[in-house]
Write a protein that binds this ligand. Structure first.
Ligand code: TRP
Ligand code: ZN
Length: 882
């Protein structure tokens, strides 16, 4: 194998040739699909002259013919290799017509044109268009597209592409054709095509300027009753983007197609989104509260891309966060407005800490704007998406909502129709507000999670309070020394009564609001407050105002106080989590040295008070009383030594069980009080009740008595919605009781015809903490409903075992590692994108004890030595081993 080539941001050059229009003609067949493409090409004279060849990308296709300005090209006029078509002598303007033969029915990588069940569909981001036809496959080449699709009328009555349907007709051989034209210029990664026999749910949306837009959701006929929520979510998103950003939809039709085989969540193709069916299909009997929540979020995300991504697109792939960070920020704000702001913030920060912080501290660490990559697919990461959104959120915090809106208005006005860089976005923010973001730009170029340490000093005599902040960003594989960042720290001070104090900084004539944003810029900085009547407890980094690790040096008592009183709900939750984590880390130490673990009564009491607090939002209580997971504890443990998965499991199990025993009657009461009387509804209040009720069920399950397992099995039987049904079944799945197997079997019987519900069935068995789980997972690989070609199934079975079941996966025998490596090697040949996602679990091998390290390393080396290793897997494994 040749060593794959690394691409660098610093090497970026604009293209040598532009493509102004592309006309596609796609003849879909069961084998040998033909793609004819006609490009009008224009030399970019800033970059190229008559000696510059035209180089197009392409792969996995057979070139049938090529014509330049109508004349067939002879074989000496062009060259092809595995990835390129090079024509050395071309005029300044010309048309190029190529015809290629491709085999979508054999495409298991799910990029380019492929089959999902009975339909054809495409996925072109990031570099999939080159699997369809010869083209300069890069986002700064923006062309106008037209596309004629020809296919069998019976099998594929629905033929879709981007833009507007302009013509159609029948042929006399049983085929028909449809022509689509997209009036908006776009990069080829936004091209889409779909063909199939699909049900269509229709609706309309009237825009703020009074235009009617046709909304269409296409799904397999059997799913016709599961599209309403997606449609409602789309309408809400369209309305919200008009109100929050003044952004209106631009075409007369907006289409969403749900497919079962999809590498990611969904794709924002212009006017024709393609979705993983998991983010479209839902009804109360089959989808959980979390599923509904995710559908609304992902529909919004893809819709918002129409302005942040499509109308204004990327100059090159290094700028990915320009569209993804910004669009995630937009969908987070949308979800906050639709549900509960603090609960949404807590959920987002949980994801950031559980996945992005480790990425930032591991072998794949990269800045929000990566400086290099081998395979772009590997950079659709939590850093680019979620940390990217945090960076936008900091800009929002620094400018305030009005200033931020001024900035986005200017950005849309200046750059509509262009392919731009992150500089253009931050530049618009700065120009619209007269702000200086030069130091702030380091958030885009420096990887690693900054650590912010706080020292406090109260001077009772002078009634002053000084906070000294130091910041330090740890080295990452790409960069040893980091410069200080511009960090907004939102802060409040609590008095002994638990109330916020008015805040007056030295030099100010009167106190300001009770939450202030301090802007750190230097490695060390002191802020002094005056007229402070007593030593306060500071509430630092309110709302998680920056993606940093905070070291505030709180005592347990201070954390318990903040957990009970902080007016900032995020920090209130965070104080509780930090306190629980600290307690469990101590238990881990006790367990490791053989001391009997013990839970302090004041911790139990503080837990009970939150559980029974009737002033708090129920979803918030459920979040506050969800203890840090084993994975979260592993991250904390790795900060001071090797991760010990056995001790972590033992400590968490002990904590949950002790709380369940001590608070049994409280949990029972909470369960009873929060039963739903009426029909299932997806509303914050009802969701809150269900989450609190099912949290109680989870704790009760740890009691593991026959009475409890009977009770939980009864809840499972009675459930009339998937949220309750799966909650009960997953509690049972961890219990060694006689009700377990029959319940799992019954669930299968009931849902065997629903592929999405079966994903839950696979995942829950893979996540079970019982000893035989790996053998069960191996057996399920052979189950007729499992397919390694379907990414959702891979994530459900293999992903859940390796990612959600750390105790069993990290079994000291190494059997889990060997199992994962076998699957990665198998997937490498089928779907490299999914293979590289799976192998990334091993990235953190150096954080474990010597025994496990050796076992994981052996498997990484075995994967690295696989013949025909894809670039995707090579990039991850070589960085992990470096
Ligand atoms: N742009 C998509 C999003 O909304 C991401 C995406 C969908 C993707 N499918 C993909 C990225 C396939 C890489 C490969 O976030
Ligand atoms: Zn996106």
């Amino acid at each position: 194998m040749e060593t794959p080539q690394v691409k660098y941001l610093r090497d970026y050059r604009p293209p040598a040739y532009w493509v102004d229009t592309i006309d596609l003609n796609v003849e879909l067949k069961e084998t040998d699909t033909l793609v004819r493409s006609t490009l009008t090409v224009r030399r970019n004279t800033d970059e190229a002259d008559e000696t510059t060849p035209l180089i197009l990308n392409g792969r996995n296709m057979e070139l049938m013919s090529a014509m330049l300005d109508g004349n067939p090209l002879s074989e000496d006029q062009y060259q092809t290799d595995a990835e390129h078509l090079t024509i050395s002598d071309v005029p300044a303007r010309f048309t190029l017509e190529t015809t290629v033969k491709i085999q979508p029915q054999q495409n298991t990588s799910l990029e380019g044109l492929y089959r999902s069940g009975g339909m054809f569909c495409t996925q072109c981001e990031a570099e999939g268009f080159r699997n369809i036809t010869w083209f300069p496959d890069r986002p700064d080449v923006m062309a106008r597209y037209s596309c004629t699709i020809v296919a069998d009328r019976k099998k594929y009555p629905i033929l879709l592409s981007n833009g507007n349907l302009t013509d159609s007709g029948d042929m006399d051989d049983g085929r028909h054709w449809v022509r689509w034209e997209d009036p908006f210029k776009k990069p080829c990664y936004l091209f889409a095509l779909v063909a199939g026999d699909l049900f269509c749910l229709e609706d309309t949306f009237r825009t703020q300027s009074g235009r009617d837009v046709a909304l269409r959701i296409f799904v397999e006929h059997e799913n016709r009753d599961k599209c309403d929520y997606a449609m409602q979510s789309l309408r809400k998103s369209m309305k919200w983007d008009e109100e929050a950003y003044g952004r209106e939809y631009d075409l007369d039709i907006y289409m969403i197609v749900a497919v079962n085989d999809f590498n990611m969540g969904a794709m924002e193709n212009k006017g024709l989104n393609v979705f993983n069916s998991k983010y479209v299909l839902a009804k109360p009997e089959t989808a959980t509260d979390a599923d509904f929540w995710n559908i609304e979020r992902v529909i919004a995300h893809e819709y918002f891309h129409n302005w942040t991504g499509n109308r204004i697109t990327l100059r090159n792939w290094f700028q990915l966060s320009l569209k993804e960070g910004l669009t995630v920020f937009r969908d987070q704000e949308f979800s906050s407005d639709m549900t509960s702001r603090p609960v949404k913030r807590i959920a987002d920060v949980r994801v950031l800490r559980a996945y992005q912080f480790p990425e930032d501290g591991g072998p794949m660490a990269h800045p929000v704007r990566p400086a290099s990559y081998i395979k772009m697919d590997n950079f659709y990461t939590v850093t680019v998406y979620e940390k990217g959104a945090e960076v936008i959120r900091m800009i929002h915090r620094l400018l305030g909502p009005e200033g931020f809106r001024k900035g986005t208005d200017l950005y849309f006005e200046r750059h509509d129709g262009q392919a731009v860089s992150i500089e253009e976005f931050v530049g618009a923010m700065a120009d619209a507000n007269g702000a200086d973001f030069s130091q702030f730009m380091r958030w885009y170029s420096q990887a690693g999670t900054p650590e912010v340490t706080v020292k406090r000093a109260y001077d009772a005599e002078n009634r002053t309070y000084a906070l000294t902040f130091t910041q330090k960003c740890p080295p990452t594989p790409d960069m040893a020394d980091k410069a200080p960042m511009h960090i907004p720290v939102a802060l409040g001070l609590l008095g002994r009564d638990g109330e916020d104090m008015p805040l007056q900084l030295r030099g100010e004539s009167e106190p300001g609001p009770t939450t202030r944003v301090l802007e750190l810029r230097a490695a060390e900085e002191t802020f002094e407050f005056v007229n402070v009547p007593e030593a306060p407890v500071p509430s630092i980094l309110r709302g998680f105002s920056a993606p940093v690790r905070l070291r505030a040096g709180y005592t347990d008592e201070e954390q318990a106080f903040l957990f009970a009183c902080d007016s900032d709900e995020f920090n209130r939750w965070d104080a509780g989590q930090n306190l629980f984590a600290k307690v469990m880390l101590r238990l881990i130490r006790d367990i490791r040295v053989g001391t009997a673990p013990d839970l302090r009564p004041d911790m139990i009491e503080s837990f009970r008070q939150t559980l029974r607090n009737t002033d708090l939002d129920k979803s918030f209580i459920a979040q506050a009383l969800t203890l840090p997971t084993e994975s979260e504890l592993a991250i904390l443990m790795s900060e001071s030594g090797d991760i010990d998965p056995d001790a972590i499991h033992a400590a968490r199990h002990f904590t949950v069980r002790t709380l369940a025993q001590a608070l049994k009657s409280d949990f029972e009461q909470v369960f009873d009080e929060n039963r739903d009387a009426g029909p299932y509804r997806v509303e914050p209040e009802a969701i809150g009740r269900r989450s609190l009720k099912n949290l109680a069920l989870g704790y009760l399950g740890k009691l593991e008595t026959p009475a409890v397992s009977r009770f939980i099995a009864a809840q499972f039987q009675k459930a009339d919605n998937m949220t309750d049904e799966i909650a009960a079944l997953s509690v049972l799945s961890h219990m060694d009781c006689e009700e377990r197997e029959p319940a799992i079997a019954r669930f299968y019987e009931r849902w065997q015809s629903d592929v999405l519900v079966l994903d839950k069935w696979f995942a829950l068995q893979a996540a079970a903490r019982l000893p035989g789980t790996l053998d069960k997972v191996k057996a399920l690989l052979e189950h007729p409903d499992f397919s390694i070609k379907n990414p959702n199934k891979v994530r459900a079975l293999i992903g859940a075992f390796c990612g959600m079941n750390p105790w069993r996966f990290h079994d000291a025998s190494g059997a889990g590692y060997e199992f994962l490596a076998d699957r990665v090697i198998e997937l490498n040949a089928i779907n490299p994108q999914i293979a590289s996602r799976m192998v990334a679990v091993l990235n953190h091998w150096k954080k474990y004890d010597a025994g496990r390290q050796a076992l994981m390393k052996t498997q990484l080396e075995r994967i690295a030595a696989t013949p025909d290793l894809s670039e995707n897997v090579y990039e991850i494994v070589s960085k992990a081993l470096a």
